[in-house]
Design a protein around this ligand. Structure first.
Ligand SMILES: *Cc1c(COP(=O)(O)O)cnc(C)c1O
Length: 334
């Protein structure tokens, strides 16, 4: 069934309230993972304006880039199918990856996959490489890896607007950040005095914060939110996680039926919980940025984390904290 891009961009995410009996407050979650059964998470926001642009240019095909479990590639394939747009994914890795659940989905949704080695993939930002791709596969609209461009950030402003509408007062807002594209868009549109906590899921170069601030100002010179960069929760690198991450995922699922995954949302949720437990005068908002399809790529490691020593003690710590807020301090050890 073909949808148009406007209705895709008009999808609104539901809210979930998390009860925390020991605190006389509740925590608010904006469930971007639930905007649509197939096209989910922050990636769909980053794609919206890009796909509108592709259609405006009458592009026959959209090309983008990603790893073997890329949420972005998955979302692009889904959006392409919904909109009747041909999609091609340039994938870092070998052709046999095509049978993994993420890429099998992408192919089933009509995406053509083009596998390249690391050296070739490293050229993914070069104009010359893009021209070569167009020569090989036909004229296309090209979206950078992760949907990381200005239209990607701008497409995320409605996430902030949804928060502004729900809370008339300033709040603390937490989001997982990889490239920062999503957080830039949110920071540019969040109401005055609200604070966006940008939880980096990997160590960032020194230039990251300046670049971020510059991009926010470029999108909206009158932006009024404040931004905190949170660097203590990346666990050593992108996609690195441990038994405490898995304990938090299992706890959130058991306690609130809130599904998380270890690459992005568990790291941000960990920072969120640590903050909310000590500071909850104003609304505490967690943006669930999606990514749950990626869980299918890390079941083995998750299972092995559950068998490690730290798992039970971490789980017990959460279970105690929810009933007894006097157990204060940092819950999520790094
Ligand atoms: C890609 C992704 C992010 C990071 O988004 P950026 O715009 O690159 O910062 C966060 N959460 C999930 C679930 C993602 O898939």
């Amino acid at each position: 069934m073909t949808q148009d891009v406007e209705s895709l961009m008009a999808l609104t995410p539901p809210w979930q309230t998390l009860a925390w009996p020991a605190l006389d407050t509740s925590l608010q979650v904006l469930r971007l993972d639930q905007i649509d059964p197939v096209i989910s998470g922050n990636k769909s926001y980053k794609l919206g304006l890009n796909l509108r642009q592709a259609q405006a240019q009458a592009a026959k095909q959209v090309i983008s880039f990603g790893g073997a479990y890329s949420n972005h590639i998955h979302a692009l394939a889904a959006a392409g199918q919904a909109l009747g747009l041909k999609t091609l994914g340039v994938i870092r890795g070998e052709p046999h990856y095509a049978s993994n659940p993420c890429l099998a989905d992408a192919q089933a949704m009509g995406m053509q996959l083009h596998f390249v080695d690391r050296k070739t993939y490293a050229k993914r930002y070069q104009a010359e490489y893009w021209q070569g791709l167009e020569q090989q596969f036909g004229a296309s609209y090209i979206v950078p890896e992760g949907g990381a461009n200005v239209l990607g950030s701008q497409g995320c402003q409605p996430i902030a607007e949804a928060i502004n509408r729900r809370f008339k007062t300033a709040c603390d807002v937490f989001i997982a950040s990889g490239t920062g594209t999503t957080a830039v868009g949110i920071a540019s549109a969040l109401q005055a005095n609200s604070r966006l906590h940008v939880v980096n899921v990997l160590p960032q170069p020194e230039s990251f914060e300046q670049d971020f601030t510059r991009q926010v100002a470029a999108l909206n010179p009158a932006a009024q939110s404040t931004v905190s960069f949170v660097n203590a929760y990346h666990l050593g690198g992108y996609a690195k996680f441990n038994s405490a991450s898995v304990a938090l995922m299992d706890f959130a699922q058991q306690q609130w039926q809130l599904p998380l995954e270890p690459i992005y949302t568990a790291k941000a949720f960990s920072a969120f919980i640590d903050h909310a437990i000590t500071q909850h005068e104003r609304p505490q908002v967690f943006i669930h940025s999606g990514g749950l399809q990626g869980l299918r790529g890390c079941h083995k490691k998750i299972d092995s984390c559950r068998r490690q020593d730290g798992y039970q003690s971490s789980l017990a710590r959460y279970q105690t904290a929810i009933l007894d807020a006097r157990e204060e301090g940092v819950l999520c050890p790094i």
